[in-house]
Write a protein that binds this ligand. Structure first.
Ligand SMILES: C[S@@+](CC[C@H](N)C(=O)[O-])C[C@H]1O[C@@H](n2cnc3c(N)ncnc32)[C@H](O)[C@@H]1O
Length: 231
């Protein structure tokens, strides 16, 4: 009997409940590229924008949770700028290995911990700064992921999502639809353009204020802050 959780797509079954496995496997294959790119060129333009937003608010002695930390470049940059410690969570064990090695060779082994896990479900320590850099677009269920970030984030939540606004909106939407047809056929992970207004409302309802927002060519970069009222 056909599993009702599975959707038949042109001769193949696409199973949403295996999404986390697929994300982990696909990004395992990319871990070396991510790490090499960071070593050669540093952070991407959009990540540098988010880093600057965070630096403007102050990073000294602050704790960081990096959700979907990838090869760890963003975390390492925050540590270089004076962050107290970082915890990174990623579904890809190869990304976690690459990030841990990067922390070791950068001299931050004692202040950075990277672990395999689903950032939408992982138990996160309360952290001053939470970042979600180009991760929401890989994961279907943005609500628990953002909620986990909000619950953990004491003063800042920064995230980067595809540029699903303004003139780029329709080309992006069409492009993502087309790409997802092929991704589904190949049983690969899908790309998501989550509703930016609902993301914004969710953050505002949780006491965050949009502090900064800027677009790069392909991405939108957001920083939300809230007054540090919690211990
Ligand atoms: C496009 S990469 C970005 C990596 C890193 N943040 C950066 O900007 O270089 C997306 C990363 O998010 C991870 N990821 C996606 N969904 C996740 C989830 N629900 N929990 C943890 N990691 C996730 C993937 O494994 C991958 O390493």
């Amino acid at each position: 009997m056909q599993d009702p959780q599975k959707t038949r797509v042109t001769g193949r079954f696409w199973s949403p409940d295996k999404e986390t496995d697929r994300i982990g496997e696909e990004f395992d294959a990319d871990a070396c590229d991510f790490c090499d790119r960071y070593k050669r060129r540093g952070l991407s333009k959009s990540s540098r924008l988010l880093l600057d937003f965070i630096l403007d608010e102050g990073v000294q002695n602050r704790t960081v949770a990096d959700l979907g930390s990838g090869a760890g470049g963003f975390s390492i940059e925050l540590l270089k700028k004076g962050a107290a410690s970082v915890i990174g969570v990623d579904l890809s064990s190869k990304m976690v290995e690459a990030a841990s090695e990067l922390a070791r060779v950068s001299g931050f082994e004692g202040r950075a911990k990277f672990q395999v896990g689903n950032a939408a479900e992982a138990e996160l320590p309360s952290s001053d700064i939470v970042i979600i850099d180009k991760v929401l677009c890989c994961y279907s269920d943005w609500r628990p992921l953002l909620k986990n970030a909000i619950d953990a984030g004491r003063t800042m939540v920064g995230f980067i999502v595809p540029r699903d606004q303004g003139l780029a909106k329709w080309p992006f939407r069409i492009g993502v639809r087309v790409v997802n047809i092929f991704q589904k056929r190949r049983g690969k992970i899908l790309f998501y353009l989550h509703p930016l207004e609902t993301l914004d409302r969710t953050l505002q309802d949780s006491g965050f204020t949009q502090q900064k927002r800027q677009g790069s060519r392909l991405w939108l970069v957001f920083l939300y802050t809230r007054a540090p009222t919690r211990a």
